[in-house]
Design a protein around this ligand. Structure first.
Ligand code: AMP
Length: 299
């Protein structure tokens, strides 16, 4: 079953203790779609400016990501600049230039409207809502967000959550969203607002999954090389949603496996800047890390 994603496609300038790079290919939908493409067919809905290079569009196509929904409009592509300190825990945003994203009208191409799986990657929650309204009968819908929108658009987010199956957010966002310092209480509070499941990402410390009657925890994959954490959350969501999109029926076992695949995609992504590592994977490397995860967590 195919997977529709709406989110940002961006130029990122990123500085970490391991390097500094300008105008890299980035954006929430970029990381998500490349990660998910290893599991299923992805349809991308996003907007870029006329300055967006053809070679980046060619890259999406190489991963069979359907770019019919990628609007190219007058103006500049969304630009984000961020930096990370030594612990690489969270990005410090230095600049956000919405550019063409500011007047994005996410129109879903007719042939995408029957998509059974939908991921609303980090983008203005009003745009996320608008996309969800255009999809006829999604079997699985999920969304992500960030501190910026929790501060500025919380009411819209709360409304959106009522229609969502899985809410992905990181630990500091979960605390901010729920006004709870404890993550179990934060998850309970979020579940009470409507989503069937919530996944709290904890960076290098892994992730926590909650539904009304189960919990699951996956550690972060221990890595010696972490060059750039940008896009880890989106790659994680790409692995989770990509894996789940392969099945008609989603049960607890598949959900747990999906979270492991999400962790694998995130762990590869951080090994290099932009999508430089994520775009060089294959089934063998994904399976290898899956087996390493099994050994790591078995007792
Ligand atoms: P992550 O590290 O997974 O949280 O996401 C990183 C990506 O989010 C970067 O590639 C940015 O281009 C993108 N991003 C940053 N701020 C925003 C925003 N306000 N709206 C949409 N995407 C954003």
């Amino acid at each position: 079953m195919s997977l529709l994603v709406v989110g940002s496609v961006a130029f990122d300038s990123v500085e970490t203790p391991f390097g500094k790079h300008d105008r890299l290919l980035g954006g929430s939908a970029t990381y998500f779609s490349i990660a998910a493409s290893y599991f299923t067919d992805v349809k991308l809905v996003a907007v870029v400016g006329k300055d967006f290079p053809k070679k980046h569009i060619a890259l999406f196509k190489r991963y069979s990501v359907d770019t019919k929904g990628l609007q190219i409009t007058d103006g500049k592509t969304f630009y984000w600049k961020g930096s990370y300190e030594y612990d690489m825990g969270s990005a410090k945003t230095i600049a956000t230039h919405l550019n063409v994203l500011a007047c994005f009208d996410p129109v879903i191409p007719a042939e995408y409207r029957n998509s059974k799986n939908v991921f609303l990657a980090n983008i203005d929650p009003e745009h996320q809502e608008k996309v969800l309204r255009q999809v006829r009968a999604p079997r699985l819908s999920a969304c992500d967000t960030m501190n910026f929108y929790i501060t500025s658009k919380k009411r819209v987010l709360v409304r959106l959550l009522k229609k969502i199956d899985i809410f992905f957010l990181n630990d500091s966002e979960a605390r901010q969203f729920s006004n709870e310092t404890n993550l179990l209480k934060a998850a309970k509070c979020i579940l009470s607002l409507g989503p069937r499941m919530v996944i709290i990402k904890k960076g290098e410390h892994g992730s926590l999954f909650f539904s009304r009657n189960s919990q699951f925890s996956v550690p972060g994959f221990p890595l010696e090389i972490i060059k750039d954490p940008t896009g880890a959350g989106d790659s994680f969501a790409g692995g989770v949603m990509g894996y789940l999109s392969r099945f008609k029926k989603i049960d607890e076992r598949r959900l747990r496996k999906a979270i492991v695949y999400g962790s694998i995609m995130a762990s590869y992504n951080v090994e290099n800047f932009s999508v430089n590592r994520l775009s060089k994977l294959n089934k063998r490397l994904i399976d290898k890390r899956y087996n390493e995860y099994k050994k790591l967590t078995h007792f």
